[in-house]
Design a binder for this molecule. Structure first.
Ligand SMILES: Cc1cc2nc3c(=O)[nH]c(=O)nc-3n(C[C@H](O)[C@H](O)[C@H](O)COP(=O)(O)OP(=O)(O)OC[C@H]3O[C@@H](n4cnc5c(N)ncnc54)[C@H](O)[C@@H]3O)c2cc1C
Length: 454
Protein backbone atom coordinates (compact mmCIF):
# COMPACT_ATOMS: atom_id res chain seq x y z
CA UNK A 1 0.00 0.00 0.00
CA UNK A 2 1.15 3.55 -0.74
CA UNK A 3 1.12 5.71 2.37
CA UNK A 4 1.34 9.46 2.32
CA UNK A 5 1.86 11.81 5.23
CA UNK A 6 0.72 15.34 4.53
CA UNK A 7 2.50 17.90 6.61
CA UNK A 8 1.07 20.98 4.93
CA UNK A 9 -1.71 23.33 6.01
CA UNK A 10 -4.45 24.47 3.60
CA UNK A 11 -3.29 28.10 3.67
CA UNK A 12 0.29 27.10 2.94
CA UNK A 13 -0.76 25.06 -0.07
CA UNK A 14 -3.10 27.81 -1.27
CA UNK A 15 -0.34 30.42 -1.03
CA UNK A 16 2.05 28.24 -3.02
CA UNK A 17 -0.58 27.64 -5.70
CA UNK A 18 -1.30 31.37 -5.95
CA UNK A 19 2.40 32.09 -6.27
CA UNK A 20 2.56 29.54 -9.08
CA UNK A 21 -0.16 31.41 -10.98
CA UNK A 22 -3.44 29.74 -10.06
CA UNK A 23 -6.19 32.22 -9.27
CA UNK A 24 -9.28 30.26 -8.22
CA UNK A 25 -8.27 28.52 -5.03
CA UNK A 26 -10.62 27.76 -2.17
CA UNK A 27 -9.84 26.69 1.38
CA UNK A 28 -13.16 27.51 3.00
CA UNK A 29 -14.80 24.82 5.12
CA UNK A 30 -17.95 24.75 3.01
CA UNK A 31 -16.14 24.29 -0.27
CA UNK A 32 -13.84 21.61 1.15
CA UNK A 33 -16.86 19.86 2.65
CA UNK A 34 -18.53 19.81 -0.75
CA UNK A 35 -15.56 17.99 -2.18
CA UNK A 36 -15.21 15.40 0.58
CA UNK A 37 -17.34 13.01 -1.42
CA UNK A 38 -18.19 11.98 -4.92
CA UNK A 39 -21.07 9.58 -5.62
CA UNK A 40 -19.54 7.00 -3.27
CA UNK A 41 -19.61 6.15 0.41
CA UNK A 42 -16.10 7.48 0.91
CA UNK A 43 -15.38 10.71 2.76
CA UNK A 44 -11.99 12.38 2.43
CA UNK A 45 -11.50 16.07 3.20
CA UNK A 46 -9.15 17.88 0.79
CA UNK A 47 -6.82 20.63 1.93
CA UNK A 48 -7.64 22.83 -1.04
CA UNK A 49 -10.02 22.86 -3.98
CA UNK A 50 -8.79 24.65 -7.11
CA UNK A 51 -10.52 25.51 -10.37
CA UNK A 52 -7.79 25.68 -13.02
CA UNK A 53 -8.41 28.12 -15.87
CA UNK A 54 -5.69 26.94 -18.20
CA UNK A 55 -3.50 23.97 -18.96
CA UNK A 56 -0.63 25.92 -17.42
CA UNK A 57 -2.58 26.02 -14.15
CA UNK A 58 -2.72 22.23 -14.14
CA UNK A 59 0.99 21.98 -14.82
CA UNK A 60 1.82 24.54 -12.14
CA UNK A 61 -0.39 22.75 -9.62
CA UNK A 62 1.42 19.48 -10.15
CA UNK A 63 4.74 21.27 -9.69
CA UNK A 64 3.63 22.81 -6.39
CA UNK A 65 2.28 19.48 -5.12
CA UNK A 66 5.53 17.79 -6.10
CA UNK A 67 7.53 20.31 -4.09
CA UNK A 68 5.28 20.13 -1.02
CA UNK A 69 4.63 16.39 -1.18
CA UNK A 70 0.87 16.90 -1.39
CA UNK A 71 -1.30 14.40 -3.28
CA UNK A 72 -3.64 15.75 -5.93
CA UNK A 73 -6.52 14.45 -7.94
CA UNK A 74 -8.13 15.63 -11.15
CA UNK A 75 -11.90 15.88 -10.94
CA UNK A 76 -14.68 16.33 -13.46
CA UNK A 77 -18.29 15.94 -12.36
CA UNK A 78 -17.35 13.83 -9.33
CA UNK A 79 -19.87 11.10 -10.18
CA UNK A 80 -17.46 8.28 -9.38
CA UNK A 81 -18.94 5.61 -7.19
CA UNK A 82 -15.80 4.28 -5.50
CA UNK A 83 -14.04 7.36 -4.11
CA UNK A 84 -12.10 7.78 -7.36
CA UNK A 85 -12.35 11.59 -7.36
CA UNK A 86 -11.30 12.24 -3.76
CA UNK A 87 -8.01 13.45 -2.33
CA UNK A 88 -6.66 14.38 1.07
CA UNK A 89 -4.54 17.02 -0.66
CA UNK A 90 -5.54 19.08 -3.68
CA UNK A 91 -8.64 18.61 -5.81
CA UNK A 92 -8.36 20.13 -9.29
CA UNK A 93 -11.87 20.60 -10.65
CA UNK A 94 -11.66 21.02 -14.42
CA UNK A 95 -15.40 21.17 -15.02
CA UNK A 96 -15.75 24.89 -14.28
CA UNK A 97 -13.36 26.38 -16.85
CA UNK A 98 -11.58 23.68 -18.85
CA UNK A 99 -14.78 22.38 -20.40
CA UNK A 100 -14.68 23.32 -24.07
CA UNK A 101 -14.99 21.21 -27.17
CA UNK A 102 -12.16 22.79 -29.15
CA UNK A 103 -12.83 21.25 -32.55
CA UNK A 104 -14.72 18.52 -34.38
CA UNK A 105 -13.24 16.92 -37.48
CA UNK A 106 -16.02 15.11 -39.35
CA UNK A 107 -13.56 13.69 -41.90
CA UNK A 108 -11.35 12.04 -39.34
CA UNK A 109 -14.34 11.53 -37.03
CA UNK A 110 -12.55 12.98 -34.05
CA UNK A 111 -13.01 15.79 -31.54
CA UNK A 112 -10.39 17.69 -29.57
CA UNK A 113 -11.67 18.50 -26.10
CA UNK A 114 -10.62 19.91 -22.76
CA UNK A 115 -10.68 17.52 -19.80
CA UNK A 116 -13.73 19.08 -18.15
CA UNK A 117 -15.94 18.90 -21.28
CA UNK A 118 -19.22 17.17 -20.48
CA UNK A 119 -19.91 14.05 -22.58
CA UNK A 120 -23.22 15.46 -23.82
CA UNK A 121 -21.46 18.64 -24.97
CA UNK A 122 -19.16 16.54 -27.13
CA UNK A 123 -22.12 14.66 -28.55
CA UNK A 124 -24.00 17.94 -29.19
CA UNK A 125 -20.99 19.42 -30.99
CA UNK A 126 -20.72 16.30 -33.15
CA UNK A 127 -24.46 15.97 -33.83
CA UNK A 128 -24.56 18.29 -36.89
CA UNK A 129 -22.25 15.79 -38.61
CA UNK A 130 -24.37 12.77 -37.64
CA UNK A 131 -21.72 11.77 -35.09
CA UNK A 132 -21.57 11.32 -31.33
CA UNK A 133 -19.18 10.34 -28.56
CA UNK A 134 -19.90 6.64 -28.04
CA UNK A 135 -19.52 5.88 -24.33
CA UNK A 136 -22.60 7.01 -22.43
CA UNK A 137 -22.58 6.26 -18.73
CA UNK A 138 -25.95 7.06 -17.13
CA UNK A 139 -24.35 10.27 -15.92
CA UNK A 140 -23.57 11.48 -19.48
CA UNK A 141 -25.27 14.85 -18.94
CA UNK A 142 -22.77 15.66 -16.16
CA UNK A 143 -19.78 13.35 -16.56
CA UNK A 144 -16.71 14.81 -18.22
CA UNK A 145 -14.22 13.44 -20.72
CA UNK A 146 -11.41 13.55 -18.14
CA UNK A 147 -13.54 11.57 -15.69
CA UNK A 148 -14.80 9.13 -18.30
CA UNK A 149 -11.24 8.43 -19.40
CA UNK A 150 -10.14 8.22 -15.76
CA UNK A 151 -12.77 5.57 -15.08
CA UNK A 152 -12.70 4.04 -18.56
CA UNK A 153 -16.43 4.65 -18.46
CA UNK A 154 -18.86 2.94 -20.72
CA UNK A 155 -22.61 2.58 -20.56
CA UNK A 156 -25.49 0.61 -21.89
CA UNK A 157 -24.30 1.18 -25.46
CA UNK A 158 -20.79 -0.15 -24.82
CA UNK A 159 -21.82 -3.22 -26.79
CA UNK A 160 -21.76 -1.11 -29.96
CA UNK A 161 -19.33 1.68 -29.11
CA UNK A 162 -16.96 0.15 -26.58
CA UNK A 163 -15.39 1.64 -23.48
CA UNK A 164 -13.73 5.05 -23.24
CA UNK A 165 -10.40 3.30 -23.88
CA UNK A 166 -11.75 2.23 -27.26
CA UNK A 167 -12.64 5.83 -28.07
CA UNK A 168 -9.46 7.71 -27.26
CA UNK A 169 -7.11 8.58 -30.09
CA UNK A 170 -4.51 10.64 -28.24
CA UNK A 171 -4.17 12.26 -24.84
CA UNK A 172 -2.18 15.30 -23.86
CA UNK A 173 -1.01 14.21 -20.42
CA UNK A 174 1.23 15.23 -17.57
CA UNK A 175 2.75 12.28 -15.76
CA UNK A 176 3.21 12.44 -12.01
CA UNK A 177 6.94 12.74 -12.71
CA UNK A 178 6.21 16.10 -14.37
CA UNK A 179 6.80 14.88 -17.92
CA UNK A 180 4.23 16.19 -20.39
CA UNK A 181 3.74 13.95 -23.37
CA UNK A 182 1.28 12.76 -25.98
CA UNK A 183 -0.14 9.40 -25.09
CA UNK A 184 -1.07 7.65 -28.31
CA UNK A 185 -0.75 4.42 -30.19
CA UNK A 186 2.93 4.25 -30.93
CA UNK A 187 3.00 1.03 -32.94
CA UNK A 188 5.37 -1.87 -32.65
CA UNK A 189 8.51 0.17 -33.20
CA UNK A 190 7.27 3.41 -31.70
CA UNK A 191 7.20 6.88 -33.19
CA UNK A 192 9.90 9.42 -32.53
CA UNK A 193 9.00 11.28 -29.34
CA UNK A 194 9.49 15.02 -29.37
CA UNK A 195 11.58 15.41 -26.22
CA UNK A 196 14.20 13.39 -24.41
CA UNK A 197 12.17 13.22 -21.20
CA UNK A 198 9.17 11.93 -23.12
CA UNK A 199 11.33 9.39 -24.90
CA UNK A 200 12.78 8.24 -21.60
CA UNK A 201 9.39 7.71 -20.01
CA UNK A 202 8.01 5.83 -22.99
CA UNK A 203 11.14 3.72 -23.19
CA UNK A 204 10.74 2.84 -19.50
CA UNK A 205 7.12 1.86 -20.05
CA UNK A 206 8.02 -0.21 -23.08
CA UNK A 207 10.78 -1.93 -21.13
CA UNK A 208 8.40 -2.63 -18.26
CA UNK A 209 5.91 -4.24 -20.62
CA UNK A 210 8.66 -6.06 -22.51
CA UNK A 211 10.05 -7.51 -19.31
CA UNK A 212 6.67 -8.85 -18.21
CA UNK A 213 5.18 -10.22 -21.39
CA UNK A 214 4.09 -13.54 -19.91
CA UNK A 215 2.28 -11.99 -16.95
CA UNK A 216 0.59 -9.37 -19.10
CA UNK A 217 -0.48 -11.87 -21.75
CA UNK A 218 -1.94 -14.29 -19.23
CA UNK A 219 -3.31 -12.03 -16.51
CA UNK A 220 -4.48 -8.80 -18.12
CA UNK A 221 -7.34 -7.91 -20.46
CA UNK A 222 -9.16 -11.17 -20.03
CA UNK A 223 -12.65 -9.88 -20.74
CA UNK A 224 -13.88 -7.05 -22.91
CA UNK A 225 -15.85 -5.11 -20.29
CA UNK A 226 -12.85 -4.79 -17.96
CA UNK A 227 -12.73 -1.11 -17.07
CA UNK A 228 -10.85 0.52 -14.19
CA UNK A 229 -7.34 -0.57 -13.40
CA UNK A 230 -3.97 -0.69 -15.10
CA UNK A 231 -4.70 -2.26 -18.48
CA UNK A 232 -1.16 -3.35 -19.22
CA UNK A 233 -2.33 -5.39 -22.20
CA UNK A 234 -2.49 -2.19 -24.28
CA UNK A 235 1.29 -1.89 -23.96
CA UNK A 236 1.93 -5.25 -25.60
CA UNK A 237 3.73 -5.12 -28.97
CA UNK A 238 0.84 -6.95 -30.65
CA UNK A 239 -1.46 -4.18 -29.38
CA UNK A 240 0.81 -1.48 -30.80
CA UNK A 241 1.94 -0.04 -27.47
CA UNK A 242 -1.18 2.11 -27.13
CA UNK A 243 -0.43 4.41 -24.19
CA UNK A 244 -3.71 6.36 -24.55
CA UNK A 245 -5.73 3.20 -24.05
CA UNK A 246 -3.44 2.10 -21.25
CA UNK A 247 -4.02 5.32 -19.32
CA UNK A 248 -7.80 4.96 -19.63
CA UNK A 249 -9.12 3.58 -16.37
CA UNK A 250 -6.13 4.51 -14.26
CA UNK A 251 -8.27 7.00 -12.30
CA UNK A 252 -5.78 9.84 -12.52
CA UNK A 253 -3.28 7.83 -10.50
CA UNK A 254 -0.53 7.97 -13.16
CA UNK A 255 -1.09 11.20 -15.06
CA UNK A 256 -3.29 14.26 -15.35
CA UNK A 257 -5.24 14.54 -18.58
CA UNK A 258 -4.71 18.03 -19.99
CA UNK A 259 -6.66 17.44 -23.20
CA UNK A 260 -7.96 14.63 -25.37
CA UNK A 261 -8.58 13.72 -28.97
CA UNK A 262 -11.51 11.34 -28.95
CA UNK A 263 -13.09 9.16 -31.60
CA UNK A 264 -16.60 9.93 -32.79
CA UNK A 265 -19.05 7.30 -33.99
CA UNK A 266 -22.15 7.34 -36.19
CA UNK A 267 -25.21 8.46 -34.27
CA UNK A 268 -28.13 6.22 -35.25
CA UNK A 269 -30.99 8.13 -36.87
CA UNK A 270 -33.65 5.98 -35.21
CA UNK A 271 -33.72 3.43 -32.44
CA UNK A 272 -36.25 0.91 -31.16
CA UNK A 273 -36.42 -1.20 -28.04
CA UNK A 274 -37.37 -4.84 -27.63
CA UNK A 275 -38.13 -5.84 -24.05
CA UNK A 276 -37.76 -9.56 -23.51
CA UNK A 277 -39.11 -11.35 -20.44
CA UNK A 278 -37.47 -14.39 -18.86
CA UNK A 279 -38.22 -16.55 -15.82
CA UNK A 280 -35.28 -15.04 -13.96
CA UNK A 281 -32.02 -13.19 -14.53
CA UNK A 282 -29.84 -16.27 -15.05
CA UNK A 283 -32.23 -17.28 -17.85
CA UNK A 284 -31.96 -13.76 -19.28
CA UNK A 285 -28.17 -13.96 -19.13
CA UNK A 286 -28.29 -17.28 -20.95
CA UNK A 287 -30.16 -15.66 -23.79
CA UNK A 288 -27.55 -12.98 -24.43
CA UNK A 289 -25.31 -14.91 -26.85
CA UNK A 290 -28.34 -15.63 -29.02
CA UNK A 291 -29.06 -11.91 -29.25
CA UNK A 292 -25.58 -10.67 -30.06
CA UNK A 293 -25.59 -11.70 -33.77
CA UNK A 294 -28.40 -9.18 -34.20
CA UNK A 295 -25.96 -6.43 -33.27
CA UNK A 296 -28.08 -4.58 -30.72
CA UNK A 297 -26.77 -1.12 -29.88
CA UNK A 298 -27.50 -1.70 -26.21
CA UNK A 299 -28.47 -4.69 -24.11
CA UNK A 300 -29.36 -4.21 -20.46
CA UNK A 301 -30.75 -6.64 -17.92
CA UNK A 302 -33.21 -5.78 -15.14
CA UNK A 303 -34.31 -8.02 -12.29
CA UNK A 304 -38.05 -7.94 -11.48
CA UNK A 305 -37.23 -7.57 -7.78
CA UNK A 306 -36.03 -4.03 -8.49
CA UNK A 307 -39.24 -3.20 -10.30
CA UNK A 308 -41.28 -4.74 -7.47
CA UNK A 309 -39.75 -2.26 -5.03
CA UNK A 310 -41.16 0.58 -7.12
CA UNK A 311 -44.54 -1.16 -7.49
CA UNK A 312 -44.82 -1.71 -3.73
CA UNK A 313 -43.50 1.65 -2.56
CA UNK A 314 -45.47 3.70 -5.04
CA UNK A 315 -48.27 1.85 -6.76
CA UNK A 316 -48.48 -0.82 -9.47
CA UNK A 317 -49.37 1.78 -12.09
CA UNK A 318 -46.07 3.55 -11.40
CA UNK A 319 -44.40 0.92 -13.58
CA UNK A 320 -45.33 0.78 -17.27
CA UNK A 321 -46.39 -2.47 -18.89
CA UNK A 322 -43.66 -5.06 -19.10
CA UNK A 323 -43.67 -8.62 -20.38
CA UNK A 324 -44.34 -11.28 -17.75
CA UNK A 325 -41.22 -12.64 -16.12
CA UNK A 326 -38.74 -12.50 -13.28
CA UNK A 327 -36.18 -10.60 -15.32
CA UNK A 328 -35.91 -8.69 -18.55
CA UNK A 329 -33.47 -7.85 -21.28
CA UNK A 330 -33.84 -4.49 -22.98
CA UNK A 331 -32.35 -4.65 -26.46
CA UNK A 332 -31.95 -1.41 -28.40
CA UNK A 333 -31.72 -1.68 -32.17
CA UNK A 334 -31.03 1.03 -34.73
CA UNK A 335 -31.78 2.00 -38.30
CA UNK A 336 -31.99 4.92 -40.67
CA UNK A 337 -35.74 5.15 -40.05
CA UNK A 338 -38.00 4.21 -37.15
CA UNK A 339 -39.46 1.43 -39.32
CA UNK A 340 -36.01 -0.02 -39.94
CA UNK A 341 -35.16 0.11 -36.24
CA UNK A 342 -38.46 -1.50 -35.22
CA UNK A 343 -38.01 -4.16 -37.88
CA UNK A 344 -34.57 -4.98 -36.48
CA UNK A 345 -36.07 -5.26 -32.99
CA UNK A 346 -38.82 -7.58 -34.29
CA UNK A 347 -36.27 -9.79 -36.03
CA UNK A 348 -34.18 -9.96 -32.89
CA UNK A 349 -37.18 -11.04 -30.83
CA UNK A 350 -38.48 -13.43 -33.48
CA UNK A 351 -35.18 -15.27 -33.61
CA UNK A 352 -35.69 -16.33 -30.03
CA UNK A 353 -39.32 -17.38 -30.28
CA UNK A 354 -39.38 -19.19 -33.58
CA UNK A 355 -38.50 -22.82 -32.90
CA UNK A 356 -37.45 -25.17 -30.18
CA UNK A 357 -34.34 -25.69 -32.19
CA UNK A 358 -33.35 -22.03 -31.99
CA UNK A 359 -33.92 -22.08 -28.24
CA UNK A 360 -31.63 -25.06 -27.95
CA UNK A 361 -29.04 -23.29 -30.05
CA UNK A 362 -29.15 -20.30 -27.76
CA UNK A 363 -28.74 -22.45 -24.69
CA UNK A 364 -25.74 -24.22 -26.20
CA UNK A 365 -24.13 -20.90 -27.00
CA UNK A 366 -23.89 -20.07 -23.29
CA UNK A 367 -20.76 -22.14 -22.98
CA UNK A 368 -18.93 -19.70 -25.26
CA UNK A 369 -19.98 -16.56 -23.38
CA UNK A 370 -16.92 -14.32 -23.04
CA UNK A 371 -17.96 -13.46 -19.51
CA UNK A 372 -17.38 -17.05 -18.48
CA UNK A 373 -13.66 -16.30 -18.77
CA UNK A 374 -13.83 -14.09 -15.68
CA UNK A 375 -11.97 -15.41 -12.69
CA UNK A 376 -13.86 -17.10 -9.90
CA UNK A 377 -14.88 -14.73 -7.09
CA UNK A 378 -12.16 -15.99 -4.79
CA UNK A 379 -9.30 -15.36 -7.23
CA UNK A 380 -6.65 -12.99 -5.89
CA UNK A 381 -4.16 -10.84 -7.79
CA UNK A 382 -1.00 -12.80 -8.43
CA UNK A 383 2.19 -11.44 -6.85
CA UNK A 384 3.64 -10.84 -10.33
CA UNK A 385 0.62 -8.75 -11.30
CA UNK A 386 0.67 -6.77 -8.07
CA UNK A 387 4.40 -6.11 -8.44
CA UNK A 388 3.96 -4.86 -11.99
CA UNK A 389 1.13 -2.54 -11.07
CA UNK A 390 3.37 -1.05 -8.42
CA UNK A 391 6.25 -0.74 -10.91
CA UNK A 392 4.18 1.16 -13.46
CA UNK A 393 3.08 3.53 -10.74
CA UNK A 394 6.66 4.18 -9.76
CA UNK A 395 7.59 4.74 -13.42
CA UNK A 396 4.96 7.38 -14.00
CA UNK A 397 4.24 9.07 -10.72
CA UNK A 398 7.00 8.50 -8.20
CA UNK A 399 7.59 12.22 -7.85
CA UNK A 400 4.07 13.26 -6.89
CA UNK A 401 1.51 11.15 -5.11
CA UNK A 402 -1.30 11.61 -7.63
CA UNK A 403 -3.68 9.86 -5.31
CA UNK A 404 -3.63 9.52 -1.56
CA UNK A 405 -4.64 5.90 -1.19
CA UNK A 406 -4.06 5.53 2.52
CA UNK A 407 -6.50 8.31 3.33
CA UNK A 408 -9.44 6.47 1.79
CA UNK A 409 -12.03 5.76 4.45
CA UNK A 410 -14.94 3.62 3.32
CA UNK A 411 -18.07 4.16 5.36
CA UNK A 412 -19.69 0.98 4.13
CA UNK A 413 -18.02 -2.41 4.66
CA UNK A 414 -18.85 -3.63 1.16
CA UNK A 415 -17.92 -0.56 -0.85
CA UNK A 416 -17.12 -1.56 -4.41
CA UNK A 417 -13.36 -0.97 -4.38
CA UNK A 418 -12.78 -3.68 -6.89
CA UNK A 419 -10.28 -4.27 -9.67
CA UNK A 420 -9.07 -0.71 -9.69
CA UNK A 421 -5.83 0.93 -8.71
CA UNK A 422 -6.84 1.52 -5.11
CA UNK A 423 -7.65 -2.08 -4.50
CA UNK A 424 -4.98 -3.36 -6.82
CA UNK A 425 -2.35 -1.89 -4.55
CA UNK A 426 -3.74 -3.81 -1.62
CA UNK A 427 -2.90 -7.46 -1.62
CA UNK A 428 -5.84 -9.81 -1.74
CA UNK A 429 -8.08 -7.66 -3.92
CA UNK A 430 -10.91 -9.59 -5.52
CA UNK A 431 -12.73 -9.38 -8.78
CA UNK A 432 -16.48 -8.99 -8.48
CA UNK A 433 -18.20 -11.77 -10.33
CA UNK A 434 -20.84 -14.27 -9.65
CA UNK A 435 -21.36 -17.69 -11.13
CA UNK A 436 -24.16 -18.04 -13.64
CA UNK A 437 -26.82 -20.71 -13.33
CA UNK A 438 -28.09 -22.06 -16.64
CA UNK A 439 -31.79 -22.85 -16.85
CA UNK A 440 -33.25 -23.03 -20.37
CA UNK A 441 -34.37 -19.88 -22.12
CA UNK A 442 -38.02 -19.01 -21.93
CA UNK A 443 -39.44 -15.82 -23.30
CA UNK A 444 -42.93 -14.69 -22.44
CA UNK A 445 -43.69 -11.61 -24.43
CA UNK A 446 -42.08 -8.96 -26.58
CA UNK A 447 -42.84 -5.28 -26.29
CA UNK A 448 -41.85 -2.87 -29.04
CA UNK A 449 -41.40 0.81 -28.53
CA UNK A 450 -39.78 3.36 -30.70
CA UNK A 451 -37.73 5.88 -28.80
CA UNK A 452 -36.34 9.15 -30.07
CA UNK A 453 -32.83 9.09 -31.34
CA UNK A 454 -30.37 10.90 -29.02
C1 LIG B 1 -26.09 7.08 -10.91
C2 LIG B 1 -24.78 6.76 -11.57
C3 LIG B 1 -24.78 6.03 -12.74
C4 LIG B 1 -23.56 5.71 -13.36
N1 LIG B 1 -23.59 4.97 -14.51
C5 LIG B 1 -22.44 4.62 -15.08
C6 LIG B 1 -22.46 3.83 -16.27
O1 LIG B 1 -23.51 3.50 -16.81
N2 LIG B 1 -21.26 3.48 -16.81
C7 LIG B 1 -20.07 3.87 -16.26
O2 LIG B 1 -19.02 3.53 -16.79
N3 LIG B 1 -20.03 4.63 -15.14
C8 LIG B 1 -21.17 5.01 -14.55
N4 LIG B 1 -21.13 5.79 -13.42
C9 LIG B 1 -19.83 6.24 -12.90
C10 LIG B 1 -19.41 7.66 -13.40
O3 LIG B 1 -20.55 8.48 -13.58
C11 LIG B 1 -18.67 7.60 -14.72
O4 LIG B 1 -17.51 6.81 -14.62
C12 LIG B 1 -18.29 9.00 -15.26
O5 LIG B 1 -17.73 8.88 -16.53
C13 LIG B 1 -17.31 9.75 -14.38
O6 LIG B 1 -17.15 11.05 -14.91
P1 LIG B 1 -16.88 12.30 -13.94
O7 LIG B 1 -16.65 13.50 -14.78
O8 LIG B 1 -17.93 12.40 -12.92
O9 LIG B 1 -15.51 11.84 -13.28
P2 LIG B 1 -14.98 12.04 -11.80
O10 LIG B 1 -15.78 11.25 -10.86
O11 LIG B 1 -14.81 13.48 -11.52
O12 LIG B 1 -13.53 11.39 -11.97
C14 LIG B 1 -13.38 10.06 -12.35
C15 LIG B 1 -11.91 9.64 -12.27
O13 LIG B 1 -11.19 10.32 -13.29
C16 LIG B 1 -10.15 11.07 -12.72
N5 LIG B 1 -10.03 12.32 -13.47
C17 LIG B 1 -10.96 13.26 -13.69
N6 LIG B 1 -10.45 14.25 -14.42
C18 LIG B 1 -9.16 13.95 -14.64
C19 LIG B 1 -8.09 14.58 -15.32
N7 LIG B 1 -8.22 15.76 -15.93
N8 LIG B 1 -6.90 13.95 -15.35
C20 LIG B 1 -6.73 12.76 -14.74
N9 LIG B 1 -7.69 12.12 -14.08
C21 LIG B 1 -8.89 12.71 -14.04
C22 LIG B 1 -10.55 11.31 -11.28
O14 LIG B 1 -9.42 11.52 -10.49
C23 LIG B 1 -11.25 10.03 -10.96
O15 LIG B 1 -10.33 9.03 -10.59
C24 LIG B 1 -22.33 6.13 -12.78
C25 LIG B 1 -22.35 6.88 -11.60
C26 LIG B 1 -23.54 7.19 -11.00
C27 LIG B 1 -23.53 8.01 -9.76
Amino acid sequence: MVTTTIDVQPDELAAALRKAGLSEIETGTRRRAEYTSDASNYRVAPLVVAFPRTTDDLIAALGVCGELGVPLVGRGAGTSIAGNALSAGLVLDTSRHLNRVLSVDPERRTAVVEPGAVLDSVTSAAAPFGLRFGPDPSTHSRATIGGAIGNNACGSRALRYGRSADNVVALDVLAGTGVRFTAARYGKDGQAPSAASEAGLLADLRALAGGNLATIRTEFGRFTRQVSGYSMEHLLPENDFDVAKFLSGTEGSLALTLGATVRLVDAPRATALAVLGYPDMPAAAEAVPGLLPHLPVALEGLDSRLVDVVRVRRRPAAVPDLPRGGGWLFAETSGDTVEEAVDAARKLAASLTSTKESRARTATAVSTMPISDIEAPTTRLSPARSAMIFAVRMTMSAAVPLRNFSAMAPTAPNSPAISRPVSALKSGARLATRPWAAPPLKMFKVVMRSIPSP
